[in-house]
Design a protein around this ligand. Structure first.
Ligand code: NAP
Length: 289
């Protein structure tokens, strides 16, 4: 198949393009060839595009950037997906569009199913929800909600903890906000399956296990580093409160973990536990030092 992927300079887009290239012809659509902020650039890129499937992980992912420029957030995260969906329908091409657990918010621990009513509390969350609705207004499309993505393609929170622990620098992480992480390489394998099965509608895609805080994840990273001999002792990780994070100008949900029953049914097995995926990432990262 010819599969076009936007956002190939980003974490998810790069992982998908790398993985899918083994079985398919991948047509990358980075910002330099297709600027979602610019209606004409997007229209010109789509006009000459020939593909069987279009995957759209591109978007403005910084919550603070969205808060600072809500019009731009809506343009890239909602209007551009609407234009992609219109084009895709006219060509009979299914769209696999990426969204976020930040369309949800709960003050108490819980898991959200695909059919629950979202209540985003930030410009980012509202722009992503608007994008989802535009994509799903056309038949045959799929919205994949992901959360706390990390992987070898681009440095993330997990890698900063790894580097700080190795350098003996202090580590601090928020301990009162919870979700479920996903490793990009797992996500890329699941996407293969979702494309093969012509999946439509909303699907939640993250690793399994109990919801965790960033503090829990940081502890898991240093424990894995110790277990493979990278650290002689487990360093302490300072517990931060969400309310203390001065750099967070946008509101973040306290609990937004995604339930993955639908993904489990489609894959024929549950996604592997987040701890197992994280351990693999730490081992791979240790080999690249
Ligand atoms: N990362 C997470 O933890 C997370 C969590 C929940 C949901 N998601 C969702 O998952 C998807 C992928 O996220 P990610 O982690 O891969 O994000 P990322 O690493 O920030 O990548 C975003 C990608 O979007 C591209 N992009 C931004 N503005 C663009 C524009 N105007 N025109 C064309 N491309 C543009 C970026 O290109 P440049 O390199 O040129 O900027 C980059 O390739 C997003 O839809 C995001 O909302 C991510």
């Amino acid at each position: 198949m010819r599969i076009s992927v936007t956002g190939t300079t980003g974490r998810v887009g790069a992982a998908l393009a790398n993985h899918l290239a083994a079985k398919h012809e991948v047509i990358p659509l980075p910002r330099s060839r297709c600027d979602l902020a610019d209606r004409k650039s997007l229209a010109a890129a789509l006009e000459k595009l020939e593909c069987d499937v279009l995957i759209n992980p591109a978007g403005i992912t910084s919550l603070e950037d969205c808060e600072d420029d809500p019009a731009m957030a809506m343009r890239v995260n909602a209007e551009a997906p609407a234009e992609i969906a219109d084009w895709a329908q006219s060509r009979g091409v299914p769209v696999f569009h990426f969204s976020t657990d930040y369309v949800f918010n709960s003050d108490t621990p819980r898991l959200f199913n695909e059919d629950e009513t979202p209540e985003p509390i930030s410009v980012y969350g509202r722009s992503k929800l608007a994008g989802e609705r535009k994509i799903l207004a056309r038949p045959g499309n799929c919205v994949i909600r992901v959360s706390w993505v990390y992987g070898p393609e681009k440095s993330s929170f997990v890698d900063r903890v790894f580097d700080d622990a190795l350098a003996g620098r202090p580590i601090a992480a928020v301990a009162d906000k919870f979700s479920l992480p996903v490793l990009t390489t797992d996500l890329a394998e699941w996407l293969d399956c979702l494309i093969d099965r012509k999946t439509t509608g909303i699907i939640h895609a993250c690793n399994s296990g109990e919801p965790v805080s960033w503090h829990d994840m940081a502890i898991a990273v240093v424990e894995e580093m110790k277990s493979i001999g990278l650290l002689s002792a487990i360093p302490s990780v300072e517990r931060q409160k969400l309310s203390e994070m001065a750099s967070f100008r946008a509101a973040r949900p306290r609990h937004s973990s995604l339930a993955t029953h639908r993904l489990t049914e489609i894959l024929g097995h549950p996604p592997r536990p987040w701890r197992e995926a994280l351990a693999e990432h730490v081992r791979q990262r240790s080999l690249l030092r």
